[in-house]
Design a protein around this ligand. Structure first.
Ligand SMILES: Nc1ncnc2c1ncn2[C@@H]1O[C@H](COP(=O)(O)OP(=O)(O)OP(=O)(O)O)[C@@H](O)[C@H]1O
Ligand SMILES: [Mg+2]
Length: 465
């Protein structure tokens, strides 16, 4: 994987692209495009592509679209989070462009296509336009691309989490991330890697429950020549693949006993011994493990080695459950609403007051993932201009207490505000006139009901646009 994309630059400053294809096949245009100021990372294989896409910092994607890469692309494109932030350009053999399956793939997911051999100057123009589209889309959603994948939340517990991640990122000590399912453990691991001095190295994620022996042993440690039937090549394992970067051991509680021993040996010695290999190989990786099960209980039941637990749990990063995050629940709901609105009905304005109240009361057993799913479904299913608790599938519970007069007034005020904002298409001067209040009063009311940010952004865009 050849990678010349710098990290940490803002998107305004850098133009970054990814090329999925053989580096040798790109020789006629790659240097030209790089000389023109593009940073191009090359992914020759599917795992390389997935790893690079997980960084989510490419504006333009180029694919040499043959049948095998088309299959990979079709599978990946089901995950809008992974490929949806990039505009894709297909590079196609002229003979293949008449084939219906290639045409279908291009129409479905690509911004443009070029036939091979590529004319470098024309490709550069297309890349410039695709880049422009990405910038426009980011502007239209009111978010930059980096903001889009940030860790949302300003509650005390989320601030604490961000501080712990920041501190842990500066060291190379092993980290154990704990938290219920769907709370954002993987996101925390990614943030740790991205903020660490190893951010230019790989982050290799391993699902420990899939490492059943003996294939799991090979997957973790690699194997020497011809050890695996059907393969004559030596292969490096996941630990070695993470050399210079971070090894993310997801669901560590499910790691089979045999692999627990290998991992412990590696943590103690900093070396690995490939299957059937004789020489230990030193490997420099930072280990981050995550679990949603209680490891101390697993130790008590004899399913997890106590010595491994202490080796992994040098720094502990607990990720709070969503129900503990207070108003972050609403920030997250609005954040995902904005992301999904373009997939559904653009006339939708937000959540009704009752929907917000019921979200704050809901226990969220599935945490952030549950919230994402409910919002996504509601954006598609909602009939009115506001998403209701019924759209979210969060039933109003019988026996909920009646609102006080003050609460009823506040609710009525917020509903009136949202209605007028929707009616005036977020034009604040017009909204103030309709409500018969000054612009200043309107701003105060927007602040009080946490509506200022979205209304002001859209108002600014209108006034400058
Ligand atoms: N604070 C947050 N801000 C924005 N998105 C978040 C946040 N927390 C979680 N998410 C999103 O929620 C989803 C679930 O997060 P993630 O996969 O990291 O959870 P997890 O704890 O690893 O879950 P599991 O235990 O099921 O593996 C992802 O799409 C992630 O991007
Ligand atoms: Mg996970």
């Amino acid at each position: 994987m050849a990678d010349s994309a710098p990290r940490g630059e803002s998107f305004a400053e850098s133009r970054t692209a990814i090329f999925f294809g053989k580096q040798a096949d790109a020789s006629s245009w790659l240097d030209f495009v790089r000389c023109a100021g593009w940073h191009v990372a090359v992914a020759e294989t599917e795992p390389d592509l997935r790893r690079l896409l997980a960084r989510r910092d490419f504006q333009v994607g180029l694919i040499h679209l043959d049948d095998s890469r088309r299959a990979v692309w079709e599978q990946l494109s089901e995950d809008a989070d992974l490929v949806g932030l990039t505009e894709w350009v297909a590079l196609v053999e002229s003979a293949a462009i008449t084939r219906p399956e290639i045409q279908r793939a291009i129409v479905r997911g690509f911004y443009d296509f070029h036939t091979l051999p590529v004319q470098a100057n024309r490709l550069l123009v297309t890349m410039g336009r695709a880049n422009g589209m990405v910038t426009l889309q980011a502007g239209a959603s009111g978010e930059t691309r980096t903001q889009r994948y940030r860790m949302v939340g300003r509650s005390d517990c989320m601030r604490r989490l961000q501080k712990v991640i920041q501190r842990a990122a500066a060291t190379s000590a092993p980290v154990l991330i704990t938290g219920e399912s769907g709370t954002g453990k993987e996101l925390a691991a990614q943030a740790l890697h991205d903020q660490s001095p190893r951010r230019n190295g790989p982050m290799v994620a391993v699902n420990c429950s899939a490492l059943t022996s003996p294939a799991g042993q090979c997957e973790l440690l690699g194997y020497e020549h011809g050890d695996v039937p059907g393969s004559g090549r030596p292969a490096i394992g996941k630990i070695e693949a993470a050399h210079g970067g971070t090894l993310f051991l997801d669901e560590i509680g499910d790691l089979p006993m045999e692999q627990q021993v290998s991992l412990l040996r590696f943590l103690q010695s900093g070396t690995i011994q490939r299957a059937r290999g004789y020489e230990p190989t030193p490997v420099d990786v930072r280990v981050v493990a995550a679990t949603h099960v209680d490891l101390e209980e697993a130790i008590g039941e004899g399913r997890f080695r106590e010595d491994l637990y202490y080796r992994l749990n040098v720094l502990h990063v607990p990720v709070p459950a969503l129900r503990e995050r207070g108003l972050d629940i609403l920030s997250l709901a609005h954040y995902f609403f904005k992301r999904f609105r373009s997939e559904g009905q653009s006339r939708l304005k937000g959540f009704s007051v009752r929907a917000e109240e019921s979200m704050l009361r809901h226990p969220w057993p599935g945490n952030v993932r549950e919230l994402i799913n409910r919002v996504r479904r509601a954006v598609v299913m909602a009939d009115g201009r506001m998403i209701t608790s019924v759209d979210l599938g969060i039933e109003e519970r019988a026996g909920d207490r009646l609102p006080t007069l003050q609460e009823a007034r506040e609710r009525a005020e917020k509903e009136a505000l949202m209605l007028v904002l929707a009616y005036s298409s977020d034009n604040l001067s017009r909204a103030a006139r309709l409500l018969d209040v000054s612009r200043l009063t309107l701003y105060r009311m927007l602040d009080k009901h946490c509506l200022r940010e979205s209304a002001a952004q859209s108002d600014e865009r209108k006034e400058t646009g």
